[in-house]
Ligand binder design. Structure first.
Ligand code: MG
Length: 369
């Protein structure tokens, strides 16, 4: 919240200065504005890759079998599906992705839901975020009924918690169970960050966040390993991109409305958290901004308040080399011949930010005449 008069223009050096973990100052006007994204009437953002829009053409264009041949998954009335009894094999996207936001909807036909071959045959499918081989599965399963009495018909219903819908399979059960009845559409919104490796060593295990029918069921779950039936398997390094893949587990499951947004790695973010700020990259960005701002100054030698403040902003990004020399020279010249108290207060307001950021000592501030 801006606590200031409406007439105050947010000037340079208004908030705390850039530092080793922050490429930008607080409330930094030099910071790029986020790209504009429009959301259409179906809720699809304009920067999304639409992987299935309800047409057969989009199924054929975007999806294939594991060998990149035509998929056996079928199209019917705006949905695509694998059939009960299996034999279709998994379906994957032709394009490959890494970190992403994924929206996907699925539905079970109540007439085809049974667990006669075991509880994991109740409409089992799954969303493999980077392909079936690397093992990041968000489970798809009929999970509204969790007891035989409730469903009122025979068949295995009870499941292990880390195998029901919304689970990171074999690792993390959903926090709660917001599944709707079979026959209704179920909606997943998933945020996935793949594990990060450096020089063959795991730097971060990656994370999966899942909203299930709008309810948060996986809250930034950090991957323990690959999602494998019965076995704990450690994470394993793989290419940075892989196909979004849907599992054929021998059960009929319908899918619709599939779109995905590519995300940058949050571990490469310049602006926040202990982990993500890479000091070298932060400094690289700060130098770029300093260079841009310095180039805008027509006379760096001017002994004016405006010039001192402009240079103070430059050194808030990079207090080095010609920037540092120009700032010190202009400050010294201004201190020898300062303006009135109102002007000096303005200059000192900017210098205070540098003092707080330990860029300059308190003694560098200017005394009015
Ligand atoms: Mg599955």
């Amino acid at each position: 919240m801006l606590v200031a008069s409406a007439f105050v223009v947010l000037a340079a050096l208004y908030g705390d200065a850039p530092d080793a973990k922050h490429a930008w100052a607080v409330h930094d006007w030099n910071r790029p504005k986020p790209a504009k994204v429009e959301v259409d009437e179906k809720g699809v953002p304009s920067d999304a890759v639409v992987l299935f829009d309800g047409t057969k053409e989009s199924l054929e264009r975007n999806w294939c079998d594991l060998n990149c041949g035509p998929t056996k998954w079928q199209f019917r009335d705006g949905v695509f599906f694998c059939r009960a009894g299996g034999g279709f094999g998994a379906v994957r996207t032709r394009e490959e992705f890494g970190d992403c936001q994924l929206h996907i909807e699925y539905r079970h036909d109540p007439a085809l839901i049974h667990g006669n071959s075991g509880p994991q045959m109740r409409g089992n499918s799954g969303i493999f975020l980077m392909g079936q081989g690397y093992g990041y599965e968000v489970q798809v399963l009929e999970s509204y009924f969790t007891s035989q009495e409730a469903e009122g018909k025979p068949g295995f219903v009870d499941n292990y918690a880390d195998g029901q819908a919304g689970a990171i399979y074999a690792e993390s059960p959903p926090a709660v169970n917001p599944a709707k009845k079979p026959g209704e559409w179920q909606v997943y919104d998933i945020v996935f960050h793949q594990p990060v490796w450096k020089d063959g060593k795991l730097v971060h295990p990656g994370s999966v966040t899942v909203f299930f029918n709008g309810v948060l069921v996986q809250d930034h779950w950090e991957m323990e390993g690959q999602t494998t039936h019965r076995w704990r398997r450690p994470l394993s390094q793989h290419p940075a991109k892989g196909p979004l893949t849907l599992q054929d587990h021998g059960c009929e499951v319908e899918y619709r409305n599939v779109w995905l947004r590519r995300l940058p790695s949050r571990w490469d973010n310049l602006t926040c958290s202990e982990m993500s700020a890479c000091p070298d990259k932060v400094m690289e960005q700060r130098r770029k901004t300093a260079e841009k701002l310095f180039a805008k100054i027509s006379d760096p030698k001017a002994a004016t308040a405006d010039n001192v403040m402009a240079l103070a902003e430059v050194v808030s990004y990079a207090n080095e080399g010609e920037y540092n020399a120009a700032f010190n020279a202009a400050l010294e010249a201004y201190r020898a011949n300062p303006g009135d108290k109102r002007e000096v207060d303005r200059v000192n307001g900017a210098l205070d930010i540098l003092v707080r950021g330990k860029v300059i000592p308190k003694s560098a501030k200017v005394s009015a005449k």
